[in-house]
Design a protein around this ligand. Sequence first.
Ligand code: PLP
Length: 377
Amino acid sequence: MGSMLSVSDVSTGAEVQGATGFLTIDLSALGRNYDRLASIVAPSRVAAVVKADAYGLGAERVATILSRKGCRQFFVAHLNEAMALRPVLPRDAQIFVLNGLQPGQEIACTEGGIIPVLNAMEQWRRWSTTARALNRTLSAVLQFDTGMSRLGFPPDERPALAEALRSDGTVEVLFIMSHLASADEPDSDQNGEQLAAMRRIAVEFPDFDMSFANSGGVFLGDAYQGALARPGIALYGGAPTAGVPNPMEPVVSLAVAVVQVRTVPAGTKVGYGGAHVTQGAARLATIAAGYADGLPRSLGDRGAVYHEGVRLPIVGRVSMDSITVDVSALPEGTLTLGSFVEVLGPHQTLEDLARDAGTIAYEILTRLGSRYQRRYR
Ligand SMILES: *Cc1c(COP(=O)(O)O)cnc(C)c1O
């Protein structure tokens, strides 16, 4: 926490750049989070899930740092994310496409050196046909559905898959994987059910290493870790487990500029719809970020921002480009035009903001807007 950027650190340069918000991404904290996960699962390895632009933090920067840390396996959701990443990663780094092999993507995959996660027999057949046409062996990962009903070979395709593996040498399987639906809830029965299902699959497909744990899974214990953990949110400082202290270091802080300050009497309507009416005289500040910048509308009259530890509640609805906060708790004159308030930082975590917005840290992170000036440290 002590290493987090303080709000005063970022007030210089705002005018020069025209930016009204600074999103600071602490790449050394990211690196330490990776090391921490690596030490927990050792001797198993840790991949990095960098889909959705590394949860909004910048996939190129994130992947570059993690590859320097020794990470060699990177997961994205879509082929175009993989293609964008390929040139920035070392040759021996592997990039896997979680959403599978879409029809028509086979050649782009082979030419780009991208490894598909095959999710169904139909995908296997197309990959194997491509391998035969090119007269070479192609690598793939096999994902199994162990109870999430989202991606992966359904149970009834496993016999056909096992037969194809026996009779067809065109596809080299690097490892098998599955994804946990409730890993952030250690008490959920679904974890044990999925583990049991994965163990049955490992018996049916004994020749391969297994990748199982996401961030939450890493903290469920050895049984869940498999040979290759696939954390996302924990790398980026999000809490891997709900309801317990977060063992990860924060990576993201967000400071947003004050663009207007005013004093209003009791009974004053604030924002769209006049949804908030001041109870007493109040000092209000308008802050330069709104739902277009990833502050959910559900924060209206619920969430807060901070100034040097003082909570400043959001009043009225969240606008597209701004929110209004009640700054009456601060001495008059504390905030002026060009002052910054903390949206994410030492006093407000991703989880705090997500809870107030009725969502999860993942959604907050991946929606942080493109209008902030990003700073990498
Ligand atoms: C997104 C994703 C992950 C990473 O999950 P976190 O909860 O962010 O650690 C891992 N595996 C798969 C298949 C995913 O879709």
